[in-house]
Design a protein around this ligand. Sequence first.
Ligand code: NDP
Length: 490
Amino acid sequence: MSEHQEKTHPILTTADGVPIGRQHALTAGPRGPLLMQDVQLLEQMQHFNRERIPERVVHAKGSGAYGTFTLTHDITAYTKASIFSTVGKKTDLFIRFSTVAGERGAADAERDVRGFAIKFFTDQGNWDMVGNNTPVFFVRDPYKFANFIHTQKRDPRTNTRCMDMQWDFWSQCPESLHQVTILFSDRGIPASYRHMNGYSSHAYSFINNQNKRVWCKFHFKTNQGIKTWMDDEAERIIGKDRESHQRDLVDAIDRGDFPSWTLKVQIMTQEQAGQFRWNPFDLTKVWPHAEFPLIEVGQMELNRNPQNYHAEVEQAAFKPSSLVPGIGFSPDKMLQARLMSYADTHLHRLGVNHHQIPVNKPRCPVMNYMRDGQAATAESYGSAPNYWPNTRDRTPRPDESFVDPTWDLGQVVVDRYDSTQDHDDFTQAGDLYRMFDDAHRERLATRIAGTLSQAREEVQLRQVCHFYRADADYGRRVAAKLDIDVSQFE
Ligand code: NDP
């Protein structure tokens, strides 16, 4: 090593920090064989073999960024959450956008729902808002979730996507019609992560200082404007660049063109919930704006790129169960299932101490009696006692002021209720269809027919009935493109 190199380059070391003299395999003679005592080479090979962690079953392909949330409007009438305490307050955040069905190497510009997951590092713990770019979802009963995702992934035999499998499921689950209509609409392929909205989709609760609960939904409206690709544009982009969303986000932030969103909320009182014509906790439904107007809350800006994709984006762990005082759960069955499922995934992918990974680590003190486990750093706990109750000085203890108000469930009967009974699966899908102009309706029907035509005839017929129930014109258009005679439905 020259004198110049010594001055400008740090010395290469092993994982334990031991300086390395030369990086050539240690061999008995120039032609080998290798020696077991070349522990540096063994260490490097062993580390390489363990570089990958399990990919997420859904939302495997994603992009992340750091940012800031600034509160611009007072909503303390509804919530005591510290992030919403004082107008002007700023809170750091990390966001991960994603596609849903594709694996880690999938192209970004695919027709698919997009994940929209934000971790707010509030001074009372992490609040994870784990939503999508659509306000609704395909199913309302969590039993259907894993089955639905299987239809979006690969056929067990051919290992390819299968349109028959997808439409077979949707045609037997008409509650998917609303989300299917959004997916095949012009908003089905966002031009970039910067040009789409984010929605909590679920209802949550807000709890104020008087411990009064209202229901709420979160909407993040893009300040860049909605921009989407038509199918031919997306195909051209994918042909050249599979990472178009990732590249767009990194480049925008690198050049100082920081993307931003306006956070708005919808509020529903307990009384309104009792009178609402749909189940307000049904994930396949929106709350119409005219009845539950959007209330402006603040601005979210993304202003810093991660420096190491694996450490910061691949290991980012969001879970809807991460709520803070002032923001609570709702009875939404899909939300209730996700409370377990996301945390469980992180235990599987990252381990029991995933909260200690820097990108996930709360920025406020963490005080509890959970200890040890794989990869524990013990940074927060040190020599503090590991049991409760204890009578030691200055040890963490619960504080009654953080107890949530009780839930009055009234007279309820525990049962396995059929989520397909007594539900209106068609009105809101029809409302969306009726918002589209003629050219948009034509594009929607063409896209649907393009994939539905690959399903069995029995599946096509069943699905066309659903379009027809949402709006007769919707049904007729798709049927015409599939050469199906709709007079049988009329
Ligand atoms: P509004 O006319 O008040 O709102 C319509 C909403 O639809 C707007 O938020 C608009 O977003 C959004 N939108 C426009 N095109 C599409 C599309 N291709 N895919 C998804 N969303 C789109 O009506 P309502 O509140 O009564 O809702 C009517 C329908 O609008 C619903 O059935 C639902 O499908 C859709 N919608 C409703 C939302 C809600 O929370 N109420 C949220 C999003 C969609 P933008 O303002 O950004 O253009």
